[in-house]
Design a protein around this ligand. Structure first.
Ligand code: CA
Ligand code: CA
Length: 151
């Protein structure tokens, strides 16, 4: 899932039973910082993990059909520069394959067409219950949520 810093947040359509790992990529290496949930339902689990220019924040208890906002604080680069606090939001809408903020018959059909196909960067969103296979379980995940939407 892309997490744009401005404009419309990206949509996470996969069901990880409330657990999400957000990977933030910076223009230079980062060594420390903190993260907290400042909007929506969910909480940060454990400490952020820093590796090269990425910071991974693990979330737990993230509910479906919501916008969640995470605020990064005191993110510090390897050259001791401290970034201003940054808010990043993501839409959580399980089954919304095409990221139009509504789970519809289109999403169900789209997933059905990928059943049995290898999971690639092009169709990974159809692996709604992420286990690297697209099967009837994934179709059911979308079908059972038809009608869910976000503003
Ligand atoms: Ca959709
Ligand atoms: Ca699957």
């Amino acid at each position: 899932m892309n997490l744009p810093l401005s404009g419309e947040p990206g949509v996470e359509c996969r069901n990880s039973v409330g657990n999400q790992a957000l990977v933030f990529t910076f223009s230079s290496n980062v060594v420390s910082g903190s993260a907290s949930v400042t909007g929506g339902t969910g909480s940060v689990f454990g400490n952020p993990i820093f590796s090269g220019n990425t910071m991974t924040v693990n979330l737990t208890g993230v509910t479906d059909v919501q916008k969640i906002t995470v605020t990064l604080s005191d993110v510090t680069s390897s050259t001791s520069q401290v970034l201003p606090d940054t808010e990043v939001s993501a839409n959580m809408l399980i089954g919304d394959i095409n990221a139009d903020k509504t789970v519809s018959a289109f999403d169900v059909t789209q997933t059905k067409h990928q059943v049995g196909m290898p999971v690639t960067s092009a169709n990974f969103r159809d692996d709604i219950r992420p286990d690297r296979t697209i099967n009837a379980t994934d179709v059911q995940q979308a079908r059972s949520r038809v009608g869910n939407s976000l503003p």
